[in-house]
Design a protein around this ligand. Structure first.
Ligand code: PGA
Length: 261
């Protein structure tokens, strides 16, 4: 089988940072820096807070900026009595392309389970959007040698009941929890080893073709200075970037890894 070329996806997860004015200004600065070559080499998405989505959508569409709009989270039902939750159908109406599901902060701080991740991913796919399904181990799990078991388990549970064709089109983000927001990055070799395990798990669940086309991001203190080495790994197809995505120049430096060297 011919090797599938996977277009890298660099995603900026802004978490609970940037109000809608700051979001607009960050996107405009980013668009000023990024070039046609960047967009040809790399898919780029930004994931602002919900309250910014409409403003950012308007700027991206009015200025024809080829950055995809992303969300950080959603509910699995299209509507209903779920005070405070956000419908995936409403995200689709805003032309959201990617939705992060099961980020470790959602799992740890807001009680999201593997089952919730799975039903959310299905709801997102049903609406024609692409889930970015997150997985990753804690420091204790890494030290206990259970990284592979934890990550493979999260991937299997997250993908349960999703068709191989759909799995081939989605994104999985491997984010070791101890590397998120800590300035500690997994070494390129360690990140590659776990991303390769993620791909092998996808192959078991959905077959070789899906495993060859699924995009796997690494996340956890990605910066301009480590992006080139991480992105050079054969099973790393992108990055999910938190802190360094908040400043347009820093995020652009990561996107422009492809032109380095
Ligand atoms: P970080 O966050 O880049 O600030 O480590 C990554 C993430 O949580 O997605």
């Amino acid at each position: 089988m011919a090797k599938v070329t996977r277009k890298p996806l660099i995603s900026g997860n802004w978490k609970m940072h940037h109000n809608h004015f700051e979001a607009i200004s960050t996107v405009q600065k980013l668009a000023y820096i990024l070039t046609k070559d960047d967009y040809e080499a790399v898919d780029v998405s930004v994931h602002p807070p919900f309250t910014d989505l409409r403003s950012v959508q308007t700027v991206l569409e009015a200025d024809e900026i080829p950055v995809a709009l992303g969300a950080q989270h959603c509910h699995w039902e299209d509507k209903g009595a779920f005070t405070g939750e956000v419908s995936p159908a409403f995200l689709a109406k805003l032309n959201v392309t990617y939705v992060i599901v099961g980020h470790s902060e959602r799992r740890e701080l807001f009680g999201e389970t593997d089952e919730m991740v799975n039903v959310k991913a299905k709801a997102i796919l049903k609406l024609g959007m692409t889930p970015i399904i997150c997985c990753g181990e804690t420091l204790e799990e890494r030290e206990a040698g259970s990284t592979d078991e934890k990550v493979a388990g999260q991937v299997r549970a997250g993908l349960a009941g999703i068709t191989p064709e759909q799995i081939g089109g989605l994104v999985i983000a491997y984010e070791p929890i101890w590397a998120i927001g800590t300035g500690r990055t997994a070494s390129a070799e360690d990140a590659q080893a776990v991303c390769s395990l993620v791909r092998a798990t996808v192959s078991e669940v959905a077959g070789r073709d899906a495993a060859e086309s699924v995009r796997i991001q690494y996340g956890g203190s990605v910066k301009g200075s480590n992006a080139v080495e991480l992105m050079a790994q054969p099973d790393i197809d992108g990055a999910l970037v938190g802190g360094a995505s908040l400043v347009a120049e820093d995020f652009a430096a990561i996107v422009q890894y492809h032109a380095a060297g």
